[in-house]
Structures are given as structure tokens and as C-alpha cells.
Design a protein around this ligand. Structure first.
Ligand SMILES: Nc1ncnc2c1ncn2[C@@H]1O[C@H](COP(=O)(O)OP(=O)(O)OP(=O)(O)O)[C@@H](O)[C@H]1O
Length: 291
């Protein structure tokens, strides 16, 4: 019998999960399934989830939450051969959108049961932290910092923080060592993309695939209105001068001055150096029909 573990984040997206749980129960009725539900607590979840998986031994784990919940499950499932599915229920559902998971609960549940899986790559940062989606140093990580502080300082504080980030935008120099090639770039952000778009919908590249054994290093050289518009309307001009995209399986980036760094939306503080390598095909991931 197919065993499915639902990992439910009760606070994600500020959404009450009672309706999700009710629909999961109704869906499972009459199907040859053994299901279990487990709620995240926000503390030592990785360790607790590991124990839960060891005890239940599921065939599939389903993240019911946002990108943070997907990431938690992905980390725990590395090299385990257990499929990962998503019921998008966060404020940011970048990963679910990217791989074509439907937002409607019945459709997402149907995909979990009948969908195709791929052997997805993950990214390993500085030899210790895993990422699945998009991570970066510079502008976007600075905005993540303002957002996190803004939650404590209220909306006005947040707006002030974002404005100051954008008004005091300074370029930095980044030396990228990709294989035996070294390039020096100047810009506002260096992003490491296993996928194509941020949770906000902003598209970083149109060539990335989760299961190609490589990732894209995106350098935002300057902020341009056509460039920003392109990111939101998916008309990325690959020959544009405001950005550059490199493909790599391993990269070391050294900055001339420290900048904020974030992995899949989680702020890692300031840094002058980031090394990234791909961990190929380590995650069995359910994807949408059109992915
Ligand atoms: N029971 C809980 N109580 C408080 N925080 C929790 C709980 N369970 C998980 N969390 C926190 O939820 C975050 C992940 O949320 P997730 O990304 O899935 O949803 P989200 O609504 O998109 O959140 P965010 O907007 O913060 O990214 C993690 O920081 C995790 O520690």
C-alpha cells in the first residue's frame, strides 16, 4: 500500500490548515493509501522529521506549506529515494510554481498520486548548507533582510528599509571562478539558480532545469526598466547587457566587500565569499505534467 506523509506547516502563508487537512482526509478515503500527518513546530524540525520518516517509512512525503517547508523536506529526503510532492500553502510558493504544481488542492493531490518524478539536483553552499531553489548575494538578499526586520518594525520601517536599499544601491565587484575560468563582474547581485524564477514570479533565466546536473549563475550588472519588466513578463533577452548568465557545476565567488547572502529565502548574514557546487540527482521530486 502506498504510504504518504503530509508535512504540514501550521503557520505558512497565514492560512488556517483545517480545510487542507479535511480535504486530504476526504481525498484519501476510498483510496488504497496509508497516510500520516505531521506538523512542523519551527524548532529542530529537521531532526524531528527525520525520526518521523524513519518510523513511518513513507513512499512519498508531501510538503504542505511554502518554500521553507519544501526546503525542510528536501534536505531530509536527500538520497533517500522517497518522492517529494507539494501542496502549495505558503506566502511564497516559488518552487511549486516553477515545477508546475497546481494551486488547487484537488489537482495537486491528483498529481501527487499520478505525477511523474525527476531526479532533481540540489545545491551545496560552502560545503554545508543545502539549497533547492534560488540563492543570492547582494540586492535580493538585502531585501530579504529588510523584510525580516520589517516584520518586527512594522510596515513603515520595512518600506523605509527597502527604499534605503534601493536608493543606496552600490555596485560591487565579484570574481567568479567557474571550472578553470575566472571572470570579474561588477553589479548588484549574483544569484545561484537551480530553478528559473523567484517566488515573486521574477524570472532569472529561461534555460535552467532542475535535473540537468548544472546550475545558472546570474549576475545583475545594472538595474534597467526593460530588464525588470522582462523578468516579470518572461521576455528575458539573453543578449541583454544588464545581466549575464553562466552555467556551472561548481563556482567560487569572491566579493570585494561583504554583502548579504540568502539561501532559498533564509538569510545567512553578510559574506565576502560563497562557494557552490551541484549535488546531482539527489532528490526524487514530483513535477507537473508540463515540466
Ligand atoms: N509551528 C510553527 N510555528 C512557528 N513557525 C513555524 C512553525 N512551523 C514552521 N515554522 C517556520 O515557518 C517557516 C517556513 O515557512 P514557509 O516558507 O513554508 O511558509 P511561508 O508562508 O512562505 O513563509 P515565509 O513567508 O516566512 O517564507 C520556517 O521559518 C519555519 O521555522
Amino acid at each position: 500500500m502506498n504510504k504518504i506523509l503530509f508535512v504540514i506547516n501550521p503557520i505558512s502563508g497565514d492560512k488556517d490548515k483545517t480545510e487542507y487537512i479535511k480535504q486530504i482526509d476526504e481525498w484519501a478515503e476510498g483510496l488504497e493509501l496509508s497516510i500520516e500527518k505531521w506538523e512542523t513546530t519551527g524548532e529542530a524540525d529537521e531532526e524531528k522529521l527525520n525520526q518521523c520518516i524513519e518510523a513511518f517509512v513513507p513512499d512519498t512525503v508531501v510538503a504542505v506549506g511554502g518554500d521553507g517547508t519544501v526546503m525542510l523536506c528536501a534536505k531530509v529526503l536527500i538520497d533517500k529515494g522517497i518522492s517529494l510532492g507539494i501542496l502549495p500553502a505558503g506566502s511564497a510558493n516559488g518552487m511549486a510554481t516553477d515545477i508546475g504544481f497546481p494551486e488547487a488542492l484537488p489537482d495537486a493531490l491528483d498529481l501527487i498520486l499520478n505525477g511523474r518524478t525527476i531526479a532533481a539536483d540540489m545545491l551545496l553552499f560552502n560545503g554545508k548548507d543545502y539549497g533547492l531553489h534560488i540563492s543570492d548575494v547582494g540586492l535580493n538578499a538585502g531585501l530579504v533582510k529588510e523584510f525580516e526586520e520589517g516584520e518586527r518594525r512594522g510596515f513603515l520601517g520595512y518600506a523605509k528599509g527597502v527604499t534605503s536599499q534601493l536608493l543606496n544601491l552600490e555596485k560591487f565587484e565579484a570574481t567568479l571562478k567557474i571550472g578553470d575560468k575566472t571572470v570579474v563582474e561588477e553589479g548588484h547581485m549574483v544569484a545561484f539558480a537551480n530553478a528559473r524564477r523567484y517566488g515573486t514570479g521574477a524570472v532569472l533565466n529561461t534555460i535552467g532545469k532542475l535535473d540537468d546536473g548544472i546550475f545558472e549563475v546570474y549576475v545583475l550588472r545594472s538595474l534597467s526598466i526593460p530588464g525588470l519588466a522582462g523578468q516579470f513578463f518572461e521576455h528575458i533577452d539573453d543578449a541583454a547587457s544588464y545581466c549575464e548568465v553562466y552555467q556551472a557545476s561548481k563556482v567560487k565567488v569572491t566579493l570585494n566587500e561583504p554583502r548579504f547572502f540568502q539561501i532559498d529565502g533564509e538569510l545567512m548574514g553578510e559574506t565576502k565569499e560563497v562557494s557552490v557546487e551541484v549535488v546531482p540527482g539527489c532528490l526524487k521530486l514530483i513535477v507537473g505534467d508540463d515540466y
